[in-house]
Design a protein around this ligand. Structure first.
Ligand SMILES: Cc1cc2nc3c(=O)[nH]c(=O)nc-3n(C[C@H](O)[C@H](O)[C@H](O)COP(=O)(O)O)c2cc1C
Length: 335
């Protein structure tokens, strides 16, 4: 493959990374050589929910991991420099490749799940996760410089659920946040290639014990998909956990994003799905509560729930051509 073909392939995979509200806050640049630059697109940051750009950087980090994985699946060894230029804070990473080494079996399995992995929203089946799944997910986080802390104790798990409930309640009563959410929740049948489509969340909220409420993407409209699973009281919340980093700088946020995508793809490869709740991490006082009371002082980025379920969600992405620019091209610079 030519460098250009490799770049197109890797970017076409990276855009399938998860991002907050599917904002896809990234742009890629490429020149002649074997190198890709990934920039955060500030115009897609959630101005109200994400004033510091933490969730934007987590989203970009997930795309960085996916770029790296795509290059590995082609047999290249990616060299990644995270935030390489202090003068360009929007340049999240520079990824280059020269040396070759065949992808191993596990890398190939992960790469197979890039296009099909979906964020789960709702309850899980009651069956336990396959053995060793949680150990693999914890190891996945650690490899990217983050930690997945399983919140197994009943009392702490209930407290984490209450934090999600409290945040969701606040968000539903905050006009500014609701208007921002509306920008990223297109109506069914919309031609939008970003935002959270109605094909990706259940029409009827699926409650669990303890209850981790999802975001109100439908906002009172009759939107969403019918659930595949029977709505019974037996459906489970899954294993709850926190994605954390030791420090809270932009580089840590990028690492958290890389860890998130490695966790989500590893879960898919194990036959499991992951639900994400960032509501309580968007409210400083609740983030502080989680950090001190449930996160052992580490900086929390996301609440995760992991479990088994048959997924029906369908998501969307912009065209790779809309986010890939030549170096020096009109939209290529930091902005
Ligand atoms: C930083 C971050 C925060 C997120 N927060 C939530 C959330 O609170 N609730 C939710 O349902 N999904 C959340 N997501 C998942 C995104 O909505 C999802 O990745 C996006 O809609 C694309 O869908 P996909 O992951 O199925 O491809 C989050 C993702 C990221 C990266």
């Amino acid at each position: 493959m030519t460098d250009e073909e490799i770049i197109r392939y890797a970017v076409a995979r990276a855009i399938w990374a998860p991002s907050v509200h599917n904002t896809q806050p990234w742009r890629f640049t490429a020149g002649d050589g074997p190198q890709i630059g990934l920039y955060a697109d500030e115009s897609r940051r959630l101005a109200v929910a994400d004033p510091d750009g933490r969730e934007m950087m987590i989203s970009c980090g997930a795309a960085v991991f996916t770029l790296r994985l795509a290059l590995r699946s082609l047999g290249y060894i990616p060299q990644t420099r995270v935030l390489p230029d202090p003068a360009q804070p929007a340049l999240v990473a520079q990824v280059s490749w020269r040396e070759r080494a065949a992808a191993d079996e596990f890398e190939r399995r992960l790469a197979c799940h890039v296009l099909t992995r979906r964020t789960h929203r709702g309850a899980f089946d009651p069956e336990p996760l396959p053995p060793d799944t949680l150990a693999s997910l914890r190891a996945a986080a650690a490899r990217e410089g983050a930690a997945l802390r399983i919140v197994a104790d009943d009392g702490r798990r209930a407290a984490l659920a209450v934090a999600v409930q409290t945040a969701e309640h606040e968000l539903r009563h905050d006009g500014e946040r609701l208007r921002e959410l509306a920008r990223w929740t297109p109506a069914p049948g919309s031609a939008c290639r970003d935002g959270v489509p109605a094909t990706s969340y259940p029409a009827r909220a699926e409650h669990t014990q303890p209850d981790f409420p999802g975001r109100d993407f439908a906002r009172g409209h009759d939107w969403g998909t019918p659930s595949l699973s029977p709505a019974t009281s037996h459906r489970a919340a899954g294993v709850a956990g926190l994605l954390t980093t030791t420090a809270d700088r932009p580089a840590d946020w990028v690492n958290a994003g890389q860890a998130l995508q490695r966790i989500m793809l590893t879960a898919s490869a194990c036959g499991a799905a992951v639900a994400l709740h960032s509501q309580p991490l968007e409210l400083p006082w609740l983030r502080e509560f989680i950090r001190t009371q449930l996160g052992d002082g580490a900086c929390p980025h996301l609440v995760l729930r992991i479990g088994l379920v048959t997924q029906v969600a369908v998501s969307v992405r912009r065209d790779p051509g809309d986010v890939l620019f030549p170096i020096g091209g009109d939209h290529a610079g930091p902005g």
